[in-house]
Design a protein around this ligand. Structure first.
Ligand SMILES: Nc1ncnc2c1ncn2[C@@H]1O[C@H](COP(=O)(O)OP(=O)(O)OP(=O)(O)O)[C@@H](O)[C@H]1O
Length: 716
């Protein structure tokens, strides 16, 4: 009996709970068992889930004594601009203002949102920040975690073991944001695996990193859904509680000494919220300092908290042991009514103005339970190790551009698994390709002009329209898809960079490069279908010339899309601007409008469509003679295309020295515009040269803009 007792006293809370749930009815007392049997049956699978969920938290190794950290925030105040400044069309790219206007705008009116808040959280404690909406919980948490936005002006000090946070030390702080920013198309395992590869030191082996991921997944009780995608609005994935645990797991990978969480229980039912809080409780027992904001805890949840900081309109109303809060307000003259949840009661009180003054007066005279903020950090933890030296190695590993690039590249390819290679996309390309092929069925091979309404087709042959459509379809698609790339991933980028996971350039190049294989793969289907159905020129040179020109044009369009998306950061604004730009580029592209007045005709030289279309015509018709069945005067009016390509060739003639002379064949034979262009190879190189330089310029610009945005948005 005594052995049983001692065994039970050694049991953890979770084991006891597990035993209670799993214990079946007493076999020796069937009558009692019947009466006490719960009305539901526990199926074996359920047992497994509970076992995994509860037992596993113990798997996480506790924080070593020398790594434990005490967080202190002393006299913290914060101000934000009182009025909202509209970001404009290009946020972050506003021009500097001078003169009177600059003077007027130099000092925006500020609003105080936090007033002189002091306190601390020791290793092993869960400190809850509570208060009504807008009381300043998130602001205080983000100041402690150094995630506050740059326009928030802060005063006071934040220290860890009495020292201000160094870069290395910050890497021991986990920050779980309110919104679970996770890649929706990755599985739970993948999210944590890539995070581990990016965050854990390079000195750690690959196997050890995988082991760590598995441990964290087990610890959080999400092992059963490890291969389920995160999911989002369009694709159902894991549940809200599981999402939250994945977000916590993301931070637990680095085994942080301090874990900050913004509303980890919001949106969860009370049982799941309780489970999350239990996990936090157990994490704290492992020597971590846990600071979490909580909106409206149930009484059960409130019982698990160690310390409480109650805020009201930025003022501290109460700071001390959570379980003494009702007693404190009782002393102030506000008695907890019978059968009312303490958390509800104090939140109601925190919503009342008059209490702020009463509480401040009281706090000035008393300290609650000995917590006065400044006294705890020093003595017992003064000898705590300074991690800066250790961490510089880790930081170097994670900031290593090459290592990060590879992992980010693979992750970026995987995150697009539902986007580019989806069945709908392939079907769309195939159907449009087949329709287009039918409309231009075997017309590309004709050397006789079709009776067509547009003059350009008369000059360049029946397939000019097809070539233009081929170009338009693929470039439009690339550009409009690219508009959303950075705005969608921007928050994720900021979050991950705040954790020091990689360089901005590694993210940018990995994201851009990961698009390439996909952007080649699907359009290829379209190009192959139309090329052979329409019987465009059947030579290998012409086929690959056409193929690479269209693909390159797609990349240029994508570059423009990225640039516009990055500059605007608002997909709707970017879409509006992109529509205007693309329409203008299309109109001057050489197919629709002829004889554009000179004062505006220069726009064509900005249009990548103009160059691409000229190139496609050249590839298809170079060296071929087109015979007209109509009045030659009509064709004469279409000489501009010839001039256009000639200009292009002339510009580069010095480079290639292979300019061919047009060969007139009398009044019934007209040389196509492209015939005069010289050898295909030279021209291909010219255009590829132009497009590539354009592409790199555009990409370079979008990187610069992204960099400016990131600088402006990241906390100081
Ligand atoms: N970056 C900011 N710019 C302008 N105002 C801000 C900013 N951050 C916070 N505020 C203001 O500061 C006050 C406190 O906001 P905070 O988000 O910290 O409150 P909260 O207690 O976390 O609220 P909730 O529980 O609703 O999330 C609010 O009035 C808010 O409008």
């Amino acid at each position: 009996m005594s052995t049983e007792l001692s065994q039970s006293s050694e049991m953890t809370h979770s084991q006891r709970r597990l035993n209670t749930v799993l214990a079946g009815p007493d076999p020796e007392s069937p009558r009692r068992a019947l009466s006490e049997r719960p009305s539901y049956a526990i199926v074996p699978e359920h047992k497994v889930t509970i076992e995994q969920a509860d037992a596993a938290v113990d798997l996480l190794e506790p924080i070593k004594d020398e790594n434990r950290m005490c967080v202190e925030y002393t006299h913290v105040s914060a101000n934000v601009p009182a009025s909202f400044a509209a970001p404009g069309i290009f946020p972050g790219l506003s021009l500097p203002k001078f003169g009177k206007k600059a003077k007027q705008e130099s000092g925006p009116k500020m609003r105080r949102i936090l007033y002189d808040i002091t306190g601390c959280c020791k290793p092993g404690e869960v400190l809850a920040l509570m208060g009504p909406s807008g009381s300043g919980k998130t602001s205080l948490l983000s100041i402690i975690g150094d995630r506050a936005q740059s326009h928030m002006k802060r005063e006071g000090t934040i220290t860890f073991n009495g020292e201000p946070a160094t870069k290395g030390l910050k890497r021991h702080i986990g920050f779980v944001m309110q919104d679970d920013l996770l890649y929706e198309s990755l599985t739970v395992w993948e999210v944590l695996y890539y995070a581990a590869m990016l965050r854990l030191p390079r000195t750690m082996s690959h196997e050890a990193k995988k082991e760590r991921v598995a441990t964290v997944i087990r610890a959080l009780g999400i092992w059963t859904c490890r291969d389920t995608i995160i999911g989002g609005f369009f694709r159902k994935g894991i549940s809200g509680g599981e999402r939250k645990r994945v977000s916590i797991g993301h931070e637990l990978l680095i085994n942080p000494s301090v874990l900050l969480l913004d509303e980890p229980t919001s949106g969860l039912d009370s049982t799941t919220a309780m489970h999350v809080l239990e996990i936090l409780r157990q994490l704290a027992e492992g020597g971590r300092a846990i600071i979490t904001t909580i909106h409206q805890p149930s009484s059960r949840l409130f019982q698990t908290l160690d310390k409480l900081l109650l805020l009201s309109q930025g003022h501290a109303l109460y700071y001390g042991r959570a379980q003494l809060a009702d007693e404190y307000f009782d002393r102030l003259g506000y008695q907890l009514p019978y059968r009312v949840n303490v958390a509800d009661f104090i939140l109601d009180l925190a919503s009342a103005d008059f209490l702020i003054r009463a509480s401040e007066r009281y706090l000035a005279r008393h300290t609650i339970d000995g917590y006065s903020g400044g006294d705890t950090a020093g003595a017992e933890l003064a000898a705590a190790r300074d991690y800066a030296a250790d961490e510089s190695a880790d930081a170097a590993a994670s900031k290593d551009g090459k290592g990060s690039f590879r992992i980010l590249f693979i992750r970026a390819v995987r995150t697009r698994r539902f986007q580019t290679l989806s069945a709908q996309d392939i079907i769309q390309y195939v159907i449009v390709g087949l329709l287009t092929g039918c409309f231009w069925w075997q017309r590309g091979g004709h050397d006789t002009l079709a009776a067509s309404q547009d003059t350009l087709a008369l000059v360049c042959g029946a397939a000019a329209g097809l070539l233009f459509f081929e170009l338009m379809f693929l470039t439009f698609r690339s550009m409009f898809t690219a508009l959303f790339t950075f705005p969608e991933e921007y928050k994720m980028l900021l979050k991950e960079r705040a954790s020091g996971m990689y360089r901005l350039s590694a993210f940018y190049f990995a994201r851009t490069a990961s698009d390439l294989p996909m952007d080649f793969a699907v359009p290829t289907i379209f190009i192959v279908i139309i090329y052979f159905m329409a019987h465009l020129r059947y030579t290998a040179e012409a086929f690959f010339g056409n193929f690479f020109t269209v693909i390159l044009m797609g990349l240029v369009a994508q570059g423009f899309g990225l640039l516009l998306g990055t500059v605007c950061m608002n997909p709707k604004t970017a879409q509006t601007i992109a529509s205007i730009v693309v329409l203008a580029f299309t109109l001057v592209g050489g197919y629709f409008v002829r004889g554009i007045p000179a004062w505006i005709g220069w726009i064509r030289y900005l249009s990548f469509i103009y160059y691409g279309f000229g190139m496609l015509l050249h590839i298809e018709y170079q060296g071929r003679t087109i015979y007209s069945c109509v009045d030659p005067n009509t064709a004469a009016s279409s000489g501009a295309m010839s001039v256009q390509v000639r200009l292009l060739i002339l510009c580069y003639s010095l480079l290639f020295l292979q300019v061919g002379e047009p060969k007139a064949r009398g009044h019934r034979a007209y040389t196509s515009a492209a015939t005069s262009a010289g050898p295909t190879a030279a021209c291909s190189l010219v255009v590829i040269h132009i497009l590539m330089s354009l592409e790199f310029q555009v990409l370079g610009h979008s990187f610069c803009v992204l960099y400016v945005h990131a600088l402006l948005s990241e906390p100081e």
